[in-house]
Design a binder for this molecule. Structure first.
Ligand SMILES: Nc1ncnc2c1ncn2[C@@H]1O[C@H](COP(=O)(O)OP(=O)(O)OP(=O)(O)O)[C@@H](O)[C@H]1O
Ligand SMILES: [Mg+2]
Length: 791
């Protein structure tokens, strides 16, 4: 397009004074450039024809904007020569003009048939200067950038622009190629001073470049987004193709197929399998976004993860089992025997159902831990669930799936946790199960425990039967009484009555101390707890049938020693009885009651609590008054009544001359009688303190001392009879624990001594009584010395 032979051309072409003029509306023609032009306009064709026939020279001038006259032209234009020309069959003419020089329009000389004007050549004003040099270089760089970015400019222009030595022509070349408005082009054309021209042009090129850069940024962003989306689409399509190839059509189908496979592995029994298949089909038809979908999916998960066919192999080696049981627990022979019997029967008859055992005993007697040990001996998984405070049937049997957030009950949950369908399942605190408007959990539990029903236990959530008959259930309770009879009926009760001092010493030495040492990072060289210290802990820091507190106190000692060793204060410790104060603080219980001085008006009763037996002290005192009976210490109705009965009996004695008691006849006329049972904040009730009340009252009235070494229990009647009571074994053990020497019991309770360990029986004297008088006889000593307050 660019004719570099300018010098030649200039020499070769001399412009005449007058030229035919082609007015241009939108186009500005620059010197040195080739301009194509096509026209069908008759005047223009005539002009071109005439020129072609002559010197071929034409003048181009642009029309001013909004011009109305043909003659309304800019004064600066370009002279050009016709380089090539075609006539097309439709009569139009196509011409290539070669631009030559800038010309100035001096005067229009002809209008019709086409314009003619007098013109004058305008020479470029070039002043070589560093500024011009810099402008030129800058312009070239800018233009090259424009060429890079502008989609419609050929790359060759980058080279072409470097080969234009004349700055004025360079500017014209650039101005002709970039995107400028006609007015702007005209401004460049009119700039005769080349420095001015380039300066002006630089502004326009810069603007153009900015526009192009912005455009390209927008473009590339759009392209980036496009490619990301395209890539994803492409990958998805590929995935689909692969799945199709493998016979898996889409994600959903993959999931459903996977579920189906896992269901097959779970080996569901036929009924459950049918239900699972139905649910699976429902799931396949649901849109994954539906709330129902998750519900259905969760249900299937439960079905899949239950141990329908997973079980552990029982270890039927009886001698090994016996060894394991002995390793973990001292004594408890009844429990161990029962487990070994069961194993023996299983060996002979493999489909024997597990017994449902119920361990009953005070806290800390090893119920839970022996359960764990049995699981270990049998090689079964162990799961434990506390029934304490459960009032809702759904806790056992689950909620129906129609409830939002429904889950299976705790039995099924426990089995899932066990991952085996024959674990040892321990149901703790079966005596603390409750019932209210939400249904009776005991009834649900009955279904769980009843061997006649539990092979098809239906959890509300699962809604299909699960076979519980291989599970070995063991329940625990502190006392038998609150256990619903229907449940009790199906269980085999084994009592864990609590331990004597000697047994505790033994267990501490063999089990508790080693266990606590290990838990606290100590070894036997670092801490020795002497036997006398253990006995002293049992007597003075704990008063319990079980071992909980003993273990806790031993743990406290271990921690204190561990700390001293860790701090580098000592290397090892030997704990004797007289050092216990340093470790455990002051004594918590009085053991040496029997050794204390006898007192008037205080009798020691033996009481039964869910934690085993315990001592209670009944105090009675006379104060001046009118025979009122004051009872304090949170006594229940039955206990208050037995206090009243005791008082009435004592009063009745005054009427009888033959009594050995020296009771003032009018004591109740001048005195009020106050009976108090300390530990006033703990509610107490029951008839078995009757005998203790009577002794305390009689002592207060007669001023005779009550022996400190004697404990008693027994219900009384108005007529002075003593009736049998319950919990004899625990009460006797409590007396023994507290260091008493003698125990007064109702005669009818003698048979109950069978349950009391021999060693305890040997250390206590038992006095069996049929009447209150006999009890008073045994409990009261001689009169107190004189300085007692008068009554
Ligand atoms: N005969 C025993 N031989 C060895 N350790 C025993 C014996 N009896 C109980 N223990 C230990 O005494 C602690 C308390 O026992 P466990 O927790 O089993 O009592 P529990 O009867 O379940 O009490 P609770 O009724 O309060 O649940 C345990 O650390 C246990 O190992
Ligand atoms: Mg327990």
């Amino acid at each position: 397009m660019f004719n570099r032979g300018k010098e030649k051309k200039k020499e070769g072409v001399r412009l005449p004074e007058e030229l035919p003029v082609l007015p241009q509306s939108e186009v500005v023609v620059f010197p040195s450039l080739i301009v194509p032009l096509g026209t069908a306009d008759a005047a223009a064709i005539k002009l071109i024809d005439d020129a072609a026939a002559g010197d071929k020279l034409v003048g181009f001038f642009a029309q001013r904007p909004d011009s109305k006259e043909v003659t309304d032209l800019y004064s600066v234009g370009t002279a050009a020569v016709i380089a090539r020309m075609f006539k097309l069959p439709d009569g139009s003419v196509h011409v290539f003009f070669q631009g030559l020089d800038r010309i100035e329009l001096k005067k229009i000389t002809q209008v019709e048939p086409y314009l003619k004007a007098k013109v004058e050549v305008l020479e470029d004003k070039v002043e070589k200067s560093p500024e011009l040099e810099a402008l030129v270089r800058n312009l070239i760089t800018l233009f090259q950038k424009v060429v890079e970015l502008a989609p419609n400019l050929p790359r060759e222009l980058n080279i072409a622009v470097l080969n234009i030595p004349d700055p004025g022509s360079l500017a014209d070349f650039v101005a002709a190629h970039i995107n400028l408005k006609p007015e702007e082009k005209q401004q460049i054309l009119e700039a005769i001073d080349v420095t001015q021209r380039i300066r002006k042009l630089t502004v326009f090129v810069n603007r153009e470049l900015e526009v192009l850069e912005l455009g390209s940024k927008i473009q590339s962003q759009a392209r980036e987004e496009m490619t990301k989306a395209q890539r994803e689409f492409f990958l998805r399509e590929q995935l689909k193709a692969i799945q199709k190839e493998l016979g898996e059509i889409d994600e959903r189908t993959v999931e459903i197929n996977e579920l189906r496979e896992r269901l097959a592995q779970a080996k569901l029994p036929p009924e459950a399998a049918k239900e699972a298949e139905r649910e699976l089909e429902r799931l396949a038809k649901m849109p994954p976004a539906a709330a129902e979908y998750t519900v259905s999916r969760t249900y299937l998960d439960w079905l899949i993860n239950l141990p329908w066919a997973k079980s552990t192999e029982d270890n039927l080696d009886i001698s090994r089992a016996s060894r394991v049981l002995d390793e973990d627990h001292y004594d408890l022979d009844k429990v161990k025997e029962r487990i070994l019997d069961y194993l023996a029967v299983r060996k002979l008859k493999p489909d024997t159902r597990g017994p449902i055992l119920c361990f009953v005993g005070p806290p800390g007697t090893g119920k839970t831990s022996v359960g764990q040990s049995i699981a270990r001996a049998l090689g079964r998984k162990f799961v434990r669930m506390s029934l304490g405070g459960i009032r809702d049937e759904a806790d056992i049997r689950g909620h129906r799936r129609t409830y939002v957030g429904a889950l299976p009950g705790r039995i099924i949950q426990g089995l899932r946790r066990a991952e085996s369908n024959n674990p040892l399942f321990m149901l703790d605190e079966i005596d603390k199960i409750g019932a209210d408007f939400r249904g009776d959990p005991a009834a649900a539990l009955l279904e769980v425990l009843d061997p006649e029903q539990n092979f098809s236990f239906v959890d509300h959530y699962l809604d299909v039967p699960f076979d519980l008959s291989r599970v070995m259930f063991i329940t625990t309770a502190n006392i038998v009484d609150p256990i619903p009879p229907a449940l009790l009926d199906r269980m085999e009760v084994i009592e864990l009555p609590g331990y004597t001092e000697n047994e505790k010493l033994h267990i501490a030495r063999k089990f508790l101390i080693p266990k606590q040492l290990k838990e606290n990072g100590l070894n036997a060289e670092q801490l020795e707890i002497k036997d006398e210290a253990v006995v002293s802990i049992v007597r003075n820091y704990t008063r319990e049938a079980g071992l909980r507190n003993l273990e806790r106190e031993i743990g406290t000692i271990c921690r204190k020693v561990a700390r001293r060793i860790a701090e580098g204060k000592s290397e090892a410790a030997v704990v004797t009885a007289d050092k216990l104060h340093d470790y455990l603080g002051p004594k918590k219980f009085r053991y040496e009651i029997a050794e204390e001085a006898d007192e008037v008006g205080v009798a020691t009763g033996l009481a039964w609590t869910p934690a085993g037996g315990d001592l209670i002290f009944v105090e009675a005192t006379l104060v001046p008054g009118k025979g009122n009976l004051i009872l304090t210490g949170k006594l229940g109705d039955v206990m208050q009544e037995s206090a009243k009965a005791a008082l009435t009996h004592i009063r009745s004695l005054t009427a009888r001359e033959q009594t050995k008691l020296d009771i003032p006849k009018d004591f109740y006329e001048k005195n009020d009688i106050h009976v108090h049972v300390p530990d006033g904040s703990i509610p107490k009730d029951g008839p078995s303190a009757g005998i203790t009340m009577a002794v305390a009252l009689a002592s207060a009235v007669t001023k005779r001392l009550v022996s400190k070494d004697v404990g008693m229990t027994g219900e009384i009647t108005l007529r002075g009879k003593v009736l049998p009571v319950g919990g004899i074994r625990d009460k006797v053990l409590a007396a023994h624990r507290a260091g008493l020497k003698r125990v007064i019991l109702p005669a009818e309770n003698e048979k109950d001594l069978e349950e009391v360990p021999q060693e305890v029986k040997e250390e206590l004297d038992f006095i069996f009584v049929k009447t209150i008088d006999e009890a008073l006889e045994a409990a009261l000593n001689q009169r107190a010395s004189t300085n007692q307050p008068p009554c």
